[in-house]
Design a protein around this ligand. Structure first.
Ligand SMILES: Nc1ncnc2c1ncn2[C@@H]1O[C@H](COP(=O)(O)OP(=O)(O)OP(=O)(O)O)[C@@H](O)[C@H]1O
Ligand SMILES: [Mg+2]
Length: 475
């Protein structure tokens, strides 16, 4: 039997908004990433001062106020629209946005009620999304709040006293318990001090405060410390845009105070903070990853490489809507791999080099590190002058050899590594022989009638070298 043809028909099937929004809320923002996304908009709007307030009224309310260029009523409505802008559009060089989503997705990830209030041309305009209303009505129903509601918002008075500016308020905050509030605020401050450090430092710096506490910049490369090794910045053109790469090696723990060492370890620790630091239009987006170009191993734990890009390469870098992950294209990976190879060539293995740095000078070491293609071995230096002196005095060098072989074989490598990672400052090997005991050794050697050349070679060993001055004159 022939099937009768039926003309094409179409019907609109709207998403179930409640479910859609629930999924949108779970794209993976953390509180601090969400706040940073709101601040991106303030910086793009040329704000010089940003105030963040967290208040209990009695429920938790977050308010973020900037003194940027502000929006007129139409602008406020458009700003509240999801996907308000085409991601393919070119943006001005200092615009930190891309997708036309951040204000909404970041806010919804943390709260169920978002109010945007802005002042421009002497007028205040406001709009509000309430997820409960959306869910109930199953419609994108944008609210214009009543004046008395606006006036009750935290920081509204401050907005009103500005020439221009914008206020974002989160109510019905439901993403964390009130007990974790202090921890969240402290995490937030650290995050903002890091990701916006370039905006917080320098001559045209902006001011960001969290509950009236002004944030200080945290530059993850510690460039002001003389012990930081700073590579030269290299500029490369990639698909018509500049990429600037610069390697930094942070100071070894022996070169700085414990407090400073721990500060630059960051919350994540050195091992997880090594790698590339990607800045997009000066805003740190992603850090602590080698994108698979290198393995994150201990030897590289002090190496951090700054990569600077503009806001016109997002697709190539595979930047996601939260702007917190990237998947660089093969061409970029190639460029990064070359930068890594060059930096490596210049000798960035500070961790390993501590031993070899000592051998750069004429200091005689107790330990040799023998590296071959098949194995690496730590062995005691049998040419050490103190070892020769002891052999000369002893009639049973076989016992001594056996003892030293035992020390070599049972060197507690795993324990050393784990204690070093946990807290290098807790290990105090240096204090095992006092200066007085060292003096006695030199005196004893002199009494035994050895030559001054031999004494000199002992003074060239690691034990004595630091304090050479005090032993040269000893007799
Ligand atoms: N604080 C603000 N001051 C002035 N304009 C703002 C502010 N916040 C948002 N806007 C306007 O609203 C628009 C939408 O913001 P939204 O964060 O949703 O997207 P975006 O910044 O364009 O892109 P992205 O999704 O990458 O953040 C912005 O492009 C901007 O025009
Ligand atoms: Mg944005």
């Amino acid at each position: 039997m022939a099937v009768g043809t039926v003309g094409m028909t179409r019907e609109i099937v709207n998403p179930s908004l409640g479910n859609f929004i629930s999924s949108l809320r779970d794209v993976g923002y953390t509180f601090e990433i969400a706040v940073a996304d709101i601040l991106d908009n303030s910086i793009s709007a040329c704000a010089k001062n940003i105030s963040i307030y967290a208040v209990h009224q009695p429920d938790l309310v977050f308010a973020m106020l900037d003194d940027g260029i502000g929006l007129v009523e139409e602008g406020v409505r458009e700003a509240m629209r999801l996907a308000a802008k085409n991601p393919a559009d070119e943006r001005s060089a200092n615009d930190l946005g891309r997708f036309g989503l951040g204000l909404k997705t970041a806010s919804f990830s943390q709260c169920r009620n978002l109010t945007l209030v802005s002042k421009k041309d002497g007028r205040i305009s406001a709009r509000q999304w309430d997820l409960d209303v959306l869910t109930e009505r199953n419609e994108w129903l944008l609210i214009t709040p009543a004046t008395d509601e606006l006036e009750s918002l935290p920081l509204f008075k401050e907005l009103n006293s500005l020439e221009t500016g914008t206020l974002v308020v989160w109510r019905k905050v439901d993403r964390y318990e009130q007990d974790s509030f202090i921890t969240e605020i402290s995490k937030l401050k650290k995050h903002l001090s890091l990701v916006f450090h370039r905006f917080l430092e320098g001559r045209n710096r902006i001011k960001i405060s969290v509950n009236q506490d002004d944030l200080k910049p945290f530059n993850p490369f510690n460039p002001d410390n003389n012990a930081t090794q700073i590579g030269t910045a290299t500029k490369t053109k990639l698909f018509g845009s500049d990429v600037v790469i610069q390697a930094f090696i942070l100071p070894h723990h022996s070169k700085i105070s414990q407090q400073e060492f721990e500060r630059f370890a960051t919350e994540e620790g050195y091992t997880r903070s090594q790698g590339f630091y990607l800045y997009r239009a000066n805003r740190l987006l992603i850090w602590g990853t080698w994108w698979g170009i290198l393995k994150a191993i201990d030897s590289y734990k002090l190496v951090r490489i700054a990569v600077d890009i503009g806001n016109d390469q997002d697709r190539l870098w595979g930047i996601d809507i939260k702007k917190s992950t990237a998947k660089p294209a093969p061409e970029i990976r190639k460029l990064l791999a070359t930068a890594v190879a060059q930096a490596k060539e210049k000798g960035w293995k500070v961790y390993k080099q501590r031993g070899s740095k000592i051998s750069d000078s004429k200091v005689i070491k107790f330990w040799n590190v023998v590296v071959t293609a098949n194995e690496t071995k730590f062995s005691l230096n049998k040419k050490h002058p103190l070892f020769s002196a002891v052999c000369r005095l002893s009639d049973n060098t076989e016992m001594l050899d056996a003892y030293l072989a035992g020390i070599e074989k049972y060197i507690p490598l795993d324990a050393i590594l784990s204690y070093l990672q946990e807290n290098p400052f807790h290990i105090k090997q240096e204090s095992s022989i006092s200066d007085e005991e060292l003096c006695k050794i030199i005196d004893k050697l002199r009494e035994s009638g050895v030559s001054e050349d031999f004494i000199n070679s002992v003074l060239d060993t690691e034990l004595f070298n630091d304090k050479r001055g005090s032993f040269d004159n000893a007799s």
